[in-house]
Design a protein around this ligand. Structure first.
Ligand code: SAH
Ligand code: F3S
Length: 469
């Protein structure tokens, strides 16, 4: 059933169709799903959180490890029954798996009608027309430009307090283990004007915190559009007026003094001193850096094509701690990369002992088809050893996390209230600047308030305290 209403000088279909979208993997996927929701809602679809109400089910998928792909395939299988009961139900896959597998997806998973890569979401209206005519539809073309700057995302499952804002797409770093450069294409940055505009709208809607997102945010560079790798051919004027990540951060911090600012993810080789200084200058930029290292061994770092050594990484950490003494720092670590020796693994543990991270995300190496590591090396560390090494890394991190959270006992931290605590509806939960979760009795505080909390107790992951204002 269609009705029509006039919007932006064009006829927009308004129908009672419903879409359901589920996101997997990185924060960028969650942010992209909000862009997709915006595009689809203009096609007359409303979002639903109820699978059985949906005319269109979309999975925004992740390829980073084999396990992520298996999870998506299992999820697709679980839709078979729904599709048998509703012949008009369409199923689409978006994101990195769509890009990696392309039309092969349609052969491998018969349930799938629609395959759309991360840069092709603007084509969804045409693709929906195709599938509603009974044809399968695929678009996995990668782009040279930032693709979605002009779209106002529809905030999905939002707490109304914190939001993601994409600032770069793609990655040129070519870490040998990583599939992202293949699924998300070359690096490009978004026009600062459209970034500021999106944040302005968020502020108007009462949001209190934004996380600037990119696979490699520190490599943000606006010189008028285009691929980052073409910057060397830019005109002198473009070079002179270009905006680096440090400049963008300062611009956002100055323009929105009441908004808390976070960013993710930083790659050690791309993080400049300027960025650290900017963080130290503006109190509304959170003192927290996610700084993946992957390994503490120079041999492994080299084989991974990480463009820094262990000692360069440690110098960077020292610089951060010098300029921002209370900075929270977290990591990503991979165990069992090809040819990783026991000595390499010990070096990872010793690096962790040196830095004592606040927390970390830790993984077993998973060979990804098409990556340089898959071509060059044999995935030769037995599963059992990968697993044992991972467990040692996790156990050590647990110790360090506890050490870090204990340092807060007796101190007062600033918390932005994001949601009710999972454990008790009498408590609020939020994070301090350093990104550690803090829970405390609600008293008269409201969602979205900034509250000073005195820390009384802790676990390795959570601070527990009481508000003092
Ligand atoms: N720059 C990205 C990194 C994406 S991948 C970002 O925005 O976070 C996130 C983490 O997954 C990586 O830092 C790495 O630790 C892990 N990872 C990536 N590829 C992997 C693989 N093939 N096997 C195991 N872990 C991997
Ligand atoms: Fe992947 Fe390395 Fe880029 S981990 S996303 S290739 S910085």
């Amino acid at each position: 059933m269609y009705s029509y209403k006039l919007k932006s000088n064009e006829l927009v279909k308004k129908a009672s169709k419903k879409f359901y979208i589920e996101s997997y993997g990185c924060q960028m996927n969650f942010a992209d799903s909000e862009v997709v929701a915006s595009i689809i809602s203009k096609e007359g679809y409303d979002s639903t959180e109820n699978l059985s109400d949906a005319d269109l089910i979309l999975l925004n998928t992740c390829s980073i490890r084999e396990k992520a792909e298996i999870t998506v395939r299992k999820r697709l299988e679980s839709f078979n029954k729904l599709k048998r009961n509703n012949k008009n139900l369409k199923v689409g896959v978006l994101g990195c798996m769509a890009e990696r597998l392309k039309s092969k997806f349609l052969e491998e998973e018969k349930i799938v009608d629609l395959v759309v890569g991360p840069d092709a979401y603007k084509d969804i209206p045409n693709l929906l027309y195709e599938i509603n005519e009974g044809r399968n539809a695929v678009n996995v073309i990668l782009s040279k430009d930032e693709t979605y700057g002009d779209i106002s995302p529809i905030r999905l499952a939002s707490n109304g307090v914190t939001a993601f804002v994409s600032i770069t797409r793609g990655c040129d770093n070519m870490c040998t283990f990583c599939v992202v450069p293949f699924t998300r294409g070359r690096e490009r940055s978004r026009d600062p004007k459209s970034i500021l505009n999106e944040i302005k709208n968020l502020e108007k809607s009462n949001f209190k915190e934004v996380t600037l997102l990119g696979q490699n945010v520190d490599s943000y560079l606006w010189y008028g559009g285009g691929l980052k790798k073409n910057f060397k051919n830019a005109s002198d004027l473009q070079k002179k007026t270009s905006i680096s990540f440090a400049k963008l951060l300062a611009l956002v911090a100055k323009t929105f003094p009441k908004i808390r600012i976070r960013f993710s993810t930083s790659n050690p080789q791309d993080m400049s001193l300027e960025v650290i200084k900017t963080m130290a200058t503006y109190s509304n930029i959170c003192n927290y850096i996610h700084l993946p290292v992957q390994s503490g061994s120079d041999n492994i770092l080299k084989a991974m094509n990480r463009q820094h050594t262990r000692s360069e990484y440690i110098s960077l950490i020292k610089q951060i701690r010098n300029l921002i003494p209370d900075c929270g720092i977290s990591h990503d670590m991979i165990s069992g990369f090809p040819n990783e020796t026991e000595k390499d693994h010990r070096e990872t543990l010793s690096l962790m002992n040196e830095v004592k991270y606040d927390f970390g995300y830790m993984f077993k190496y998973s060979e990804r088809p098409g990556t340089l590591a898959a071509k060059k090396f044999q995935d030769n560390i037995p599963e059992k050893i990968k697993k044992n090494r991972l467990q040692e890394i996790i156990d050590l991190q647990q110790e360090h996390s506890k050490l870090r959270t204990e340092q807060y006992i007796g101190k007062v931290v600033e918390v932005l209230i994001e949601k009710e605590s999972k454990k008790s509806n009498l408590y609020w939960a939020g994070r301090n600047q350093q990104n550690t979760v803090v829970v405390f009795p609600k008293n008269s505080h409201k969602l979205g308030d900034f509250v000073k909390v005195k820390i009384k107790e802790c676990t390795s992951a959570t601070l527990i305290g009481e508000s003092i204002n």
